[in-house]
Write a protein that binds this ligand. Structure first.
Ligand code: C2E
Ligand code: MG
Ligand code: MG
Length: 695
């Protein structure tokens, strides 16, 4: 029972089925009503027919019997009675004279001749001189007055069995049933077809709505009925089109980076998730490359936002090309293509879904670095960028997008620290150092807020007379628990977390102020301040220097700024245009750690610097290392030819001092003379007489 119920309830869920059943029920009901009406009509007609029949027999007999009655010819009358009695449609006959005296009878009538017929029907017919009809127990009795030559002579009564004169009812019924069934057999299928045709478009619309709800929206329904359904279908189509467009727009906003048209972080995450899921099946791993542009921020600031966006677009194009180039080079074996996305800012990612070897990721990374290194043309300017790339391989370095991105990011940071324009693979040790750096960074922020930084000064000595000729400002961190920290422990972290600008600014202003104080005490000596690459490249650096000079009242001639060789040579044109205005008012510039970079010495000499500071590594090694000696000799010879000052750093022994003096170094700085010291000590160091006076 249950399966049948189930099937019925399922069937009744279809509109076509419902309408067909409904129409069928209506059809059957209408047919039944019609049948009932027809049946009652038939019964009535049947009755009337049998009455008419009975009356006709009675009339016929009355006419036949009129003469024998009038003439009292009972033999003839009886013969006629017998003759009629033999008819199948006559069950009984009575004949009377006008005084109701029975003249003859036959059949189931218990009147003897001569007796007075008590029959009320005969009596009534004679009384009224008219025909009388009565039906009792399946018998129709007709009483009829008899006239002869216009004179009433008697009456006859004829009994006609109803069964003999009327059609049987079941015959009528079965004929009607046949007709009804034939009608149903023809009309029910017709109704079903009509209903199906009429409701076909609704089924189409239902299908379409079901389709649309499963998020496929790029189809249209075809309904040409010319009625409301067509209007509905057209409205539905318009709605689908609008919904489709909106969905596409939403998808674009959610998953596409609008500046570069590359997939965004969310989309990338999903893609990585999918690919990693499939990796388990194929057994072939891949890699996530994390890209961070070098120097983009500075370029962006100088270009303006609009041009910056165009630069990002150009970068995106090159990354796509590089990735496609790699895919093509893989030929048949490539499998799935690589996937480039932008995470935001100047960060991009590339997913390499299937790699034969993890080392293949390095090939792609190199292509990317080379692609970004080529100059970009932005509104007529050549712009130089670089990119640092970190690589995390899966499943080795992580099996979810977050871990892979974090590890690739750490590797990228490491590549960036070692100078940028390079790539590095993730190593597990990076996790630990990243954590330490995090702690360091938060402490450093606190140090800046809480005034834990101090400036130490290391004197520079004149080679010719051994007198103090100036000093270098070197920052220190009075760490609450670790004690006094050297810049080597925190400068790099400060550069990475963006604190270097703030720290550098503070050191610069502090050094200018204290140099001015020293001058006020009568010691008019230049102070050298270290400037990190990031600080130098920040917009507004020149203004900061001018402001520090103005605030402190230090003459520009007493300020020297030290740039490292790599900062100086990164973009020579830009460096020159940035230092020239300051040099014109008297600020001097030194190249720090000279000789450690990889720039050719001759290109260095073309830069407008005033001082070369020979890196302490050469000074340290020169007694044992011939190469170091030659570097020093060359630098000093060049400086002499260019009439520039030279400072030998890290002089610790008299032996070193003697050699440097012999080669013509003009200044020396090192533990041999003094270690970096607080300002108060520097005052004493510079003015032994005042110290002596005070002491
Ligand atoms: P630098 O500019 O080359 O400074 C010279 C470094 O050599 C100083 O180290 C100094 O203490 C050390 N030194 C001087 N004489 C000798 C010597 O005879 N023997 C040895 N072994 N070392 C000597 P410090 O103070 O640790 O500074 C390290 C570096 O940190 C500096 O190298 C400089 O590049 C950077 N730095 C220091 N202060 C600042 C600052 O305020 N801003 C920036 N951006 N960098 C700074
Ligand atoms: Mg220095
Ligand atoms: Mg140095």
């Amino acid at each position: 029972m249950a399966p049948l119920q189930h099937a019925v309830s399922r069937m009744m869920r279809s509109l076509v089925m419902k309408f067909t059943v409904l129409s069928g029920v209506l059809l059957i009901a209408v047919t039944s009503v019609l049948m009932a009406i027809e049946y009652t009509n038939n019964v009535r007609e049947n009755n009337e027919g049998s009455h008419r029949h009975a009356q006709l027999i009675a009339q016929m007999f009355a006419v036949t019997a009129a003469e024998p009655i009038a003439e009292g010819d009972l033999d003839r009358l009886n013969a006629q009675i017998r003759q009629y009695r033999n008819r199948p449609d006559v069950a009984g006959i009575i004949v009377t004279d006008i005084s109701r005296q029975v003249l003859g009878s036959a059949g189931a009538v218990d009147f003897a001749p001569g007796s007075r017929a008590a029959d009320h029907l005969v009596q009534s017919a004679l009384g009224a001189v008219d025909i009388r009809v009565e039906t009792t127990g399946g018998m129709i009795r007709v009483a009829q007055p008899v006239f002869h030559n216009g004179r009433l002579v008697g009456a006859v009564s004829v009994d006609v069995p109803q069964a003999a004169v009327s059609r049987p009812l079941d015959e009528i019924l079965s004929r009607q049933l046949m007709v009804a069934l034939a009608a149903l057999a023809v009309f029910l299928p017709l109704v079903a077809v009509l209903v199906r045709n009429a409701l076909g478009p609704i089924q189409k619309l239902t299908e379409a709505a079901r389709h649309a709800s499963s998020r496929k929206l790029d189809f249209r329904i075809e309904v040409n009925t010319g009625d409301e359904l067509e209007v509905l279908a057209n409205a539905f189509n318009r709605m689908l089109a609008r919904l489709d467009a909106s969905m596409k727009r939403i998808h674009r906003l959610a998953y596409v980076d609008l500046v570069t048209e590359l997939p965004n972080r969310e989309r990338f995450r999903k893609e990585v998730e999918r690919v990693i899921g499939e990796t388990n099946d194929t057994g072939r791993g891949g890699a996530v490359l994390f890209l961070d542009l070098d120097r983009f921020k500075r370029v962006n600031d100088s270009l303006g936002i609009g041009e910056g966006d165009r630069l990002l677009e150009a970068v995106a194009r090159r990354l796509r090309e590089a990735a496609r180039g790699w895919d093509l080079s893989q030929g048949e074996d490539a499998g799935e293509p690589s996937f480039v996305a932008r995470l935001g800012g100047d960060e991009f990612t590339i997913l390499l879904p299937r790699l034969k070897e993890p080392s293949d990721a390095a090939v792609v990374a190199r292509r990317v670095v080379d692609a970004v290194r080529r100059p970009f043309e932005i509104s007529g300017h050549q712009v130089f960028l670089g990119v640092s790339v970190g690589i995390a391989c899966f499943p080795r370095d992580g099996e979810d997008p977050e871990t892979l991105l974090r590890h690739a990011d750490l590797a990228m940071a490491s590549a960036k620290r070692s100078g940028g324009n390079a790539f590095e693979f993730f190593e597990s040790a990076m996790n630990q150092s990243a954590f330490e750096r995090l702690v360091l960074e938060s402490e450093l922020r606190e140090a800046v807020r809480e005034d834990q930084l101090v400036v130490f000064y290391q004197p520079k000595m004149d080679m010719r007379n051994g007198a103090m000729a100036g000093s270098e400002a070197l920052v220190r961190w009075k760490h609450p628990t670790a004690g006094l920290l050297s810049p080597g422990a925190f400068i790099e972290a400060a550069e990475e977390c963006g604190l270097i600008g703030e720290i550098g600014d503070w050191v610069l202003r502090r050094a200018c102020k204290q140099a001015a104080e020293l001058k006020a005490m009568g010691v008019s000596m230049p102070v050298a301040v270290n400037v990190s690459a990031m600080q130098f490249e920040q917009p507004g650096f020149t203004e900061t220097v001018l402001d520090a000079l103005e605030q402190s009242g230090l003459p520009p001639q007493l300020l020297e700024l030290e740039l490292t060789e790599s900062t100086a040579m990164r973009e020579p044109e830009r460096v020159i245009s940035q230092i020239e205005p300051l040099r014109r008012i008297g600020v001097t510039f030194a190249i720090d750690d000279f000789g450690t970079g990889h720039s050719s010495l001759s290109s260095l000499t073309r830069m407008p610097f005033d001082v070369f500071k020979i890196d302490q590594s050469f000074v340290r090694d020169m007694t044992q290392d011939g190469h170091a000696r030659i570097v020093i000799e060359t630098i000093l010879a060049m400086a002499k030819a260019l009439k520039l000052q030279t400072v030998a750093e890290g002089v610790e022994t008299t032996e070193q001092l003697a050699f440097l003096r012999e080669q013509g170094a003009t200044l020396a700085q090192g533990y041999l003379f003094a270690r970096p010291m607080p300002f108060e000590d520097l005052v004493r160091f510079a003015k032994p007489e005042s110290a002596a006076a005070a002491g």
